[in-house]
Design a protein around this ligand. Structure first.
Ligand SMILES: NC(=O)c1ccc[n+]([C@@H]2O[C@H](COP(=O)([O-])OP(=O)(O)OC[C@H]3O[C@@H](n4cnc5c(N)ncnc54)[C@H](O)[C@@H]3O)[C@@H](O)[C@H]2O)c1
Length: 259
């Protein structure tokens, strides 16, 4: 039976990834540091194994993998946190917490599971990044820096581990209606303003991300590695199109001969 482990799988995007993987016939391991949410997720989703661990602890992640009793076909590094604030006001503790969970957690989990996957000779890792790691955003400097670093780490891992039979990719969600963004989109005004900016005209769902993760992790993507798949309805490409622009300029050049 195919199997998948997702970190931070008790809530938000991770929980949706666990649900979709279970629906698709995977045996699923859910790693999370929130015991109550973990037990709730594992009891609601079929064919799941709750694995209580923090991605910041090598010992806990090693024990979690042992407890799963199977080297997963797909490992999803999804656990992530954000601490908002302008850089000049961000405490060193908040900076370190974000780097520790997002970046170091991805390194710890990936290196542990990669050794087990390499022993088998196959495996796939998907790292959840963010469009905030592609372009800087408001008051999210620590978060964006970790996501950008995970993107480069993904390339590095794909380079080093390809000959071991492993593929490593990243997936950058855009404006997602759920998870840690729930406080933004529960405000009707900001929900509308943001939705209008997305080229395809809607916010992303947790399921949009889950389905893309399953594609990238599975054999359907067997020749894709070191790639960052942006799942954002086109928002990251729309920065220039969203700048104010006088309509008069669009008539300039009309009627002139152009080669
Ligand atoms: N929701 C969005 O709009 C959005 C957009 C872009 C990227 N992302 C990324 O998607 C991923 C999931 O985010 P989400 O929105 O579902 O967040 P969330 O806060 O809803 O869920 C995160 C989960 O990670 C767990 N977690 C936190 N620290 C952990 C640790 N040290 N060890 C193990 N588990 C830990 C939490 O308990 C929680 O269950 C994150 O990497 C986030 O950066 C989210």
């Amino acid at each position: 039976m195919k199997s998948l482990i997702v970190t931070g799988g008790a809530n938000g995007l991770g929980r949706s990834i666990a649900q979709s993987a279970s629906d698709a016939g995977y045996r699923v391991g859910i790693i999370d540091a929130n015991i109550d949410a973990l037990e709730d997720a594992a009891s609601s989703i079929q064919n799941t194994v709750p694995l209580f661990a923090s991605v910041t602890s090598s010992d806990e992640i090693t024990s979690a993998l042992d407890k799963f009793e199977q080297v997963p076909d797909i490992w999803v590094n999804n656990a992530g946190i954000v601490r908002f604030g302008p850089l000049l006001e961000l405490s060193i503790d908040d900076w370190r917490a974000v780097v520790d969970v997002n970046l170091t957690g991805t390194f710890i989990c990936s290196t542990i599971v990669a050794q087990a996957m390499a022993h088998r000779g196959s495996g796939s890792i998907v790292n959840i990044t963010s469009i905030n790691g592609i372009a800087a955003g408001t008051n999210s400097g620590a978060y964006g820096a970790t996501k950008s670093a995970i993107s480069l780490l993904t390339q590095q891992m794909s380079l080093e581990w390809g000959e071991l039979g492993l593929r490593v990719n990243a997936l950058a969600p855009g404006l997602i209606d759920g998870g840690m963004s729930e406080p933004i989109y529960s405000d009707p005004q900001f929900r509308k303003l943001r939705t209008e900016k997305v080229p395809i005209g809607r916010l992303g769902t947790e399921d949009d991300i889950a389905q893309a993760v399953l594609f990238l992790g599975s054999e359907s993507a067997s020749y894709i590695t070191g790639h960052e798949l942006v799942v954002d309805g086109g928002i990251i490409n729309s920065i220039i199109a969203n700048l104010p622009r006088p309509s008069s300029v669009d008539s300039v050049g009309l009627g002139e001969e152009r080669l």
